[in-house]
Design a binder for this molecule. Structure first.
Ligand SMILES: [Zn+2]
Length: 430
């Protein structure tokens, strides 16, 4: 099923990525933004910069929440600046997952594990420690090279029917397929899931992790929405997509990662060892139905809460700057770019940000042109406030930045609501 990116001037309703129904119902309209992973070199600052509508819809037919497609996967994944290994907590999460899967599905040295969107090998390296055969599939060649340098075999390709067929022709079938934070970034979700069906061994298991739509909506996490994230899944919507391709969901776990994620477990729907669904599946299905995830009402107050977050953050930044306070950012995640562009925050309100990823240092945030420095800059300039853009890692970052308190500096998180950490008075006012 092909879905071409929408061209400028095209005004007809886009079609649902899964069921092709026209999209008419808005979840939130975040205006226009540049692609949030396009970090700019100093030499690009005076160039024209493309901005695209960032508008999330819900499909009335299958209830998949999605943004319109303005970007091709090729556009996203050339020179992709995201290396998973830069986050300590993400590495710990990956290691726990591997230990769990080894024990639960009795994997051993004869097993084959395939990871879709394997990035720099942050996860597969732990399977290798168990002696398991691994293969990563990763479209971004610069991050795939980092995995290959670690000795992890990696197919540099987009995943879908074609890649799955090619791997199968080489005699490869996967006992475990894992896809962590990759499904949302797939423009053709039908082709991707059909590929999983093709590559999965008869008794194989597939696990997929993605931010949970319910947490995105209820946690006011509108900055999870960006052009490179095409889909936003509930349990109900992902189960419907899997079922359409002959895969049955049999377990689900709720995880704290990325502001609240789901890890779903699926197998062939005709498998001999088709597992009985766990009580957790039924419980969450019921909870989503009771919340009304498959009704327009559920989405009706989201926009108003997003606008309130913008006003609160701007009020805080304007007040702080009026008082002569020095305000900087921490982190340069994709979500930060949605937030800063939607709120119109530039260097007049936020002097700079920092990031541990050396590929981002020395570059500028897209749209807002806020410079990205090495984290040491914070100790050098001793700011009064540090706005934590990857708020989902606030505990980890608060530990890393504990030294900011030495000169009376404070951390600020913007979501789910503006909060100045360790300072109740300002937090209440803001
Ligand atoms: Zn649909």
């Amino acid at each position: 099923m092909s879905a071409e990116p929408k061209k400028a001037g095209q005004s007809r309703a886009a079609a649902c990525l899964f069921c092709r129904e026209p999209l008419r119902d808005t979840v939130v309209d975040l205006g226009k933004s540049p692609l949030c992973e396009t970090y700019l070199e100093p030499s690009q600052l005076n160039d024209m910069e493309p901005f695209y509508p960032l508008h999330a819809y819900v499909c009335r037919e299958c209830w998949l929440v999605q943004v319109e497609k303005y970007v091709t996967p090729e556009g996203i994944f050339t020179d992709y600046p995201y290396f998973s290994s830069y986050s300590d907590s993400w590495l710990a999460h990956a290691k726990r997952y591997v230990d769990d899967m080894m024990a639960r599905f009795r994997l051993d040295a004869s097993s084959q594990v395939v990871e879709l969107g394997s990035n720099d090998g942050y996860l597969l390296q732990y399977f290798v420690q168990y002696g398991v055969s691994v293969l990563g599939v990763e479209p971004a060649s610069n991050v795939a090279e980092a995995a290959i340098a670690k000795g992890l075999s990696t197919e540099v390709a987009f995943f879908g029917r074609d890649t799955a067929g090619r791997l199968r022709d080489r005699g490869l079938r996967a006992d475990l397929i894992c896809g962590n934070n990759v499904l949302a970034q797939v423009p053709d979700v039908n082709d991707f899931v059909a590929g999983i069906k093709l590559l999965l061994a008869d008794s194989g298991v597939c696990t997929i992790e993605f931010p949970h739509l319910v947490r995105t909506v209820e946690g006011n996490q509108f900055d999870q929405i960006y052009h490179e994230h095409f889909s936003y899944f509930s349990l109900l919507s992902v189960e419907r997509i899997l079922a359409a391709h002959g895969l049955a969901l049999f377990d689900v776990e709720e995880l704290p990662t990325h502001g609240g994620s789901l890890r779903i477990f699926a197998c062939h729907d005709d498998a001999e060892r088709l597992e009985a669904p766990t009580p957790e599946v039924d419980e969450l299905r019921q909870r989503e139905q009771n919340l009304g995830v498959e009704s327009l009402d559920y989405y009706s107050t989201f926009s108003a809460r997003v606008k309130k977050t913008k006003r609160d953050l701007l009020r805080f930044l304007i007040d702080a700057n009026d008082r002569g306070a020095h305000v900087v950012g921490y982190g340069a995640p994709g979500k930060g770019n949605t937030l800063l562009n939607y709120c119109g925050i530039r260097t007049d309100l936020l002097a700079y940000t920092v990031d541990r990823n050396p590929l981002k240092q020395g570059r500028f945030l897209p749209g807002t042109h806020i410079p990205i420095h090495h984290p040491r800059r914070i100790a050098q300039t001793r700011p009064d406030f540090v706005l934590v853009l990857p708020w989902n890692l606030r505990a980890e970052i608060a530990r890393q930045l504990a030294f900011v308190r030495d000169w009376g500096g404070r951390l600020v998180v913007p979501i789910p609501r503006l909060e100045v950490l360790d300072d109740v008075t300002i937090g209440d006012n803001a």
